[in-house]
Design a protein around this ligand. Structure first.
Ligand code: NAP
Length: 240
């Protein structure tokens, strides 16, 4: 049976990629798009309905899963409503506060609804997080550089923030500065620099194309039917 999917932010850089990827893919049925400016789709010949209101969308289309790449304010509302309607969630939106993440965590667990929030769906980036946490045990001097396209709203990136937290978990004494660069031509790039006398270890990951995020999203979609609670991070979906 095809997985019934609703996509939020379908005109966005990520949302449009998700739409293109799943549109004619076996095993998936896009039942609706959610857009706060539905008139933007008037000219386009679409076989999928576009809703401005998420509640009516869920009542009419009864999806299995919501895929969300928007912004933390819109996304917070979408996720809460999805859980209330027993619709599973996969969100790649970044910039949530710890309080909001905790609230969503508790809501999803209490209602036993699968809800995945992953600030980076690129497999290489999550492996870099695992390697970073391991290396952080051994170094006292660590620096973080993240580079992104100019439209990125959150500074530092969700991934850089997570890398910093993982390092501090391993090494409470450490003080890490994050350098953020926003320039044309970048997509998402992270570098963790571990310094010690006479040597430097650099872990580096580059997303040159948004295909890198779609890869992890597809891996998560394969798992979602087995997920009945809150999961933060692709690494925990894949149990890396
Ligand atoms: P984007 O191009 O700005 O797309 C966001 C889309 O959301 C826009 O089309 C926007 O519409 C729409 N939107 C905003 N408010 C809305 C609302 N209330 N209702 C419905 N739609 C709404 O951004 P992006 O690059 O795709 O990134 C989206 C999010 O994903 C960001 O938080 C980004 O950091 C994150 N991201 C995560 C990953 C990952 O691997 N997890 C990868 C890339 C990006 P308007 O244009 O009309 O405002």
């Amino acid at each position: 049976l095809a997985l019934k999917v609703v996509i939020t932010g379908p005109r966005g850089k990520m949302g449009s990629k998700v739409f293109q990827t799943l549109k004619n893919k076996d095993g998936y049925h896009i039942v609706a798009l959610i857009d706060h400016k539905p008139e933007k789709w008037n000219e386009k010949k679409l076989s999928v309905p576009v809703f401005a209101d998420i509640q009516s969308c869920f009542l009419e289309t009864k999806p299995d899963v919501l895929i969300d790449f928007t912004n933390p304010t819109a996304s917070y509302q979408f996720i809460k409503i999805a859980i209330e309607h027993q619709v599973k969630v996969i969100s790649g939106t970044t910039g949530f506060t710890d309080e909001i993440l905790l609230e969503i965590n508790q809501l999803a667990d209490q209602k036993e609804i699968g809800c995945v929030i992953a600030p980076n769906f690129a497999l290489g980036a999550v492996l870099m997080m695992v390697f970073t946490q391991y290396a952080a045990k051994f170094f006292q001097d660590i620096a973080l550089i993240e580079k992104h396209h100019k439209q990125k709203l959150d500074i530092p990136s969700g991934t850089a923030d997570l890398l910093k937290r993982l390092i501090i978990e391993e090494n409470k004494e450490i003080n890490i500065d994050i350098k953020s660069i926003r320039a044309e031509g970048y997509i998402a790039h992270h570098e963790v620099i571990f310094g010690a006398p006479g040597q430097v270890l650099t872990l580096k990951h580059d997303s040159h194309d948004r295909k890198s995020f779609i890869h992890g999203l597809k891996l998560t979609l394969k798992e979602i039917k087995h997920i009945q609670h809150f999961i933060f991070g692709l690494e925990n979906v894949l149990r890396i």
